[in-house]
Write a protein of this length. Structure first.
Length: 403
């Protein structure tokens, strides 16, 4: 037996559609999809800019040392951290992990030959090290084994800027890019007297988080014992990875413990936290609006099904199956969802162009990821449609099979 569902069921659905409810659903769906697509595209387009230098999307580090008093200067007492103090710091709820600095206890002289227009020079240096967990560099570039003559080094990016925009400019020397700087070989003269040795070295990376000259931790431990006859001593500086950057207890705790910190680090960490929180809230609000709009549509169709339950029951008894009865409702729901989704895309495109015009001078993007995000959004639409289909089909089935 063949039935024309369009003339019977579809007309029944069309007759009972509420213009106000459908308009409300489309309005809120457009807002929700707009927020989701816009937030997702901004994240994919700009997150890498924050990640490289300002560490907005990465873990945040705070370097601690004790304040030096006049009495300590006179007595020569070193402001170091004891094991108990370190353990107490680890137990704080705003601390993710703690690493200790190790410092070189031996003389170091750096020598660089003339290269790429840069005159040769030599200078005294010092080295420090932190655990590998706090260093973001390729492991193969940061390995050192006893007996090797090559030492990898990481320096703060600010040192390169000081050379390029301070020393090089005043001395008439050429400015050097990061890539070229990492290719310049130099020598390190370590130790003194008969216990002196020459090593080859090269800068393998730059850091924006830790303001010191870093070498591998195992090398510094070995070198302190060989060239200074000293094993591990109590650290004078500590690096802390924070869990919750906006925790007000952190600043209070550091002051109570007489720790000296860069106040700007706490301010930047707090800004980082609120930026992450704001971005998460925007995505969450977008999802809530979309789901609320979809739920409004589902309730609207359920009310229509309930209103026409006797007609639905009669159609089922004369031969229509559950899928045929549900098809018109599902057809209209996917049409309304796609219309809302499609309308939101040009709105997002317009806003993205406006943002690019405003911030493009400060943060460049290789390409826009809007179409990747649109593809992900279509997947969300499909998931929502499946949820809608399950709920409406079950409602119709319950009415059709009810005695």
């Amino acid at each position: 037996m063949s039935f024309n569902s369009k003339t019977l069921i579809e007309k029944l659905v069309r007759k009972n559609l509420s213009f106000l409810r459908i308009t409300t659903f489309c309005f809120f769906s457009i807002i929700g999809f707009f927020i989701l697509i816009l937030a997702g595209t901004i994240y994919m387009d700009y997150a890498k800019n924050f990640g490289e230098d300002s560490s907005i999307w990465k873990s945040n580090y705070i370097v601690l040392n004790k304040k030096i008093s006049s009495l300590q200067t006179l007595t020569g007492e070193k402001p170091t951290f004891s094991e108990d103090e370190i353990n107490e710091l680890k137990s704080q709820n705003f601390v993710a992990k703690v690493g200790t600095f190790k410092s070189s206890q031996f003389p170091v002289k750096l020598q660089v030959g003339g290269i790429a227009g840069i005159r040769g020079f030599s200078t005294d240096l010092f080295f420090e090290s932190v655990p590998e967990d706090f260093i973001e560099v390729e492991k193969s570039d940061w390995e050192w084994k006893e007996g090797e003559n090559f030492i990898p080094i990481i320096i703060p990016k600010s040192y390169l800027n000081l050379y390029n925009f301070g020393f090089a400019t005043s001395q008439g020397l050429p400015q050097v890019s990061e890539g070229l700087f990492t290719k310049i070989p130099f020598q390190l003269i370590i130790g003194k007297g008969e216990n002196q040795q020459i090593y080859q070295a090269r800068i393998v990376d730059f850091t924006t988080k830790i303001n010191t000259i870093l070498v591998p931790e195992n090398f510094l431990e070995w070198a302190n014992e060989k060239y200074a006859n000293q094993k591990n001593t109590e650290p004078s500086r500590i690096v802390v990875e924070t869990k919750s950057q906006s925790d007000e207890n952190a600043s209070t705790y550091f002051e109570q413990q007489n720790f000296d910190i860069n106040k700007d680090e706490l301010k930047n960490n707090e800004l980082t936290y609120y930026l992450k929180l704001a971005f998460t809230l925007v995505l969450f609000i977008g999802l809530i609006i979309v789901f609320a709009a979809i739920w409004l549509m589902i309730i609207n169709f359920q009310l229509m099904i309930e209103k026409n339950k006797h007609k639905t029951k009669d159609l089922f008894l004369i031969g229509y199956n559950i899928n045929q009865l549900a098809r018109p409702y599902l057809k209209f729901s996917i049409i309304f969802m796609l219309i809302s989704y499609i309308i939101s895309i040009p709105l997002v495109y317009f806003v993205l162009n406006t943002i690019q015009t405003k911030v493009g001078k400060f943060m460049a993007t290789e390409k826009s990821h809007i179409w990747e995000v649109v593809g992900i959004g279509l997947g969300i639409v499909l998931i929502l449609f499946i949820i809608n289909k399950i709920i409406l089909t079950q409602s119709i089935k319950k009415i059709a099979l009810k005695d």
